[in-house]
Design a protein around this ligand. Structure first.
Ligand SMILES: Cc1ncc(COP(=O)(O)O)c(C=O)c1O
Length: 395
């Protein structure tokens, strides 16, 4: 069939460029060790930063909710799917974010697309960091606002763009901890320029929620910017161990989202077991700050050990540590060799990251033991002569 020809040709082109993607079945729970395609390996590429995805309290909460409320929500929130549990979770999330109100979405992708398109539209302008997540990029495009991309974390350039771009409404949007680089946005300085030019600020805390801030509220909490950020977005599928996402903002913004965000309105509400597990996760985030401390310690130890091996690990040290290799084919080869050595680290290639910056995206969990981290260091050390075979311009 013609479609087969087209698909086969497109796949051949991807394969030739070292960009072929493939799904790898993982058996067992998302723990520190998993079985990948039948091979036992240390998991070093999960977003389950606090080890909550298989925590007994979350599993018990999900089981109870399945028993009491069933496994499905049955409809979108505006039809019959707005269960009491959803409202409880939204209240807890608003408290976590020191915000007036919060609204659940069925994924972070949908939260970003829905929120951006609600805050800005035709006649408005959105200012987006060059390394923002794909869901922010798509939200900007779908909003039909004018999109101005500023160089990564460059507040001067952002200020110039704001000064030279008149629009009815303006929105600055940024990741807080960048998903592929592990560095942080200069949020305070972004709020300063946004206020100078009367722009709204939206912060995607997907990788900071549960992890940064004294109470796990994210980088906005850590920097005391709750009153200055228009909308905080967070996910439930990463440090909180479950699935879904939310935004926190003042009540009128949340009510507007309920009325107009298409990715909220036209999709089935989160299932009760997921919502109950997220509530249990928030209790652990509140009661066990030592998980955040352990995560930071694990990140500091592993990143310094990898740097000691001479690897190009991004600064500063955080639970996301990219090891830059540059070339897509080299990156995938090293990822496969690490798996054969018993360590599972995914390679990340364009278009997820800019051309020439393919990398191993190493992530730690608070539940990794010191021995686990030593296993990781030994696996990297064992591969170094091979990794160094990459062409010089790609190192
Ligand atoms: C920064 C960022 N925003 C949004 C998302 C999307 O979240 P979700 O996986 O819940 O759709 C991700 C997930 O990978 C992310 O890294």
């Amino acid at each position: 069939m013609a479609v087969d020809d087209f698909a086969t040709r497109a796949l051949q082109q991807r394969a030739a460029a070292g960009l072929m993607r493939r799904l790898r079945p993982v058996d067992g729970q998302q723990d520190t060790w998993v079985t990948v395609e039948g091979r036992r390996a240390l998991l070093l590429c999960s977003n389950n930063y606090l080890g909550l995805a298989n925590h007994p309290a979350l599993i018990a909460a999900a089981q109870r909710a399945a028993h009491d409320f069933g496994v499905g929500s049955g409809a979108s929130r505006l039809i019959s799917g707005s269960m009491r549990l959803h409202h409880q979770l939204e209240e807890s999330l608003a408290a976590l974010k020191y915000s007036e109100a919060a609204l659940l979405f069925s994924s972070g992708y949908q939260a970003n697309v829905g929120a951006i398109a609600t805050l800005v539209g035709p006649g408005d302008a959105v200012f987006s960091d060059a390394l923002n997540h794909a869901s922010i990029i798509d939200g900007c495009r779908l909003s039909q606002a004018r999109v101005c991309v500023y160089p990564h974390a460059d507040v001067e350039a952002l200020a110039q763009l704001l000064a030279s771009t008149p629009a009815r409404r303006r929105l600055v949007v940024t990741d807080s901890i960048f998903s592929m680089d592990g560095d942080t946005a200069p949020l305070g300085a972004i709020c300063d320029v946004a206020e100078r030019y009367e722009a709204m600020v939206m912060v995607d805390e997907a990788h900071a929620t549960g992890v940064a801030g004294a109470h796990g509220g994210g980088l906005v909490e850590a920097e005391g910017l709750q009153e200055r950020v228009t909308l905080q977005m967070g996910t439930l599928g990463k440090a909180l161990g479950t699935f879904g996402a939310f935004v926190a903002a003042r009540r009128p913004v949340i009510d507007l989202l309920v009325n107009t965000a298409r990715t909220f309105i036209y999709t089935t509400a989160l299932p009760p077991p997921v919502v109950a597990a997220a509530l249990a996760a928030l209790e652990i985030v509140r009661d066990e700050p030592q998980r955040r401390q352990q995560l930071a310690q694990n990140a500091a130890y592993l990143s310094s050990e990898l740097r000691r091996l001479g690897l190009a690990v991004g600064e500063p040290s955080c639970h996301i540590m990219p090891v830059l290799l540059g070339d897509a084919a080299t990156t995938m080869r090293v990822s496969q060799q690490l798996l054969e050595a018993g360590v599972f680290v995914q390679g990340i290639r364009p278009p997820t990251v800019p051309e020439g910056t393919a990398r191993l995206r190493v992530t730690v969990m608070s539940t990794h033991t010191h021995q686990d981290l030593e296993t990781a260091v030994a696996a990297f050390a064992g591969l170094l002569p091979t990794a160094a075979e990459a062409p010089a311009e790609h190192q």
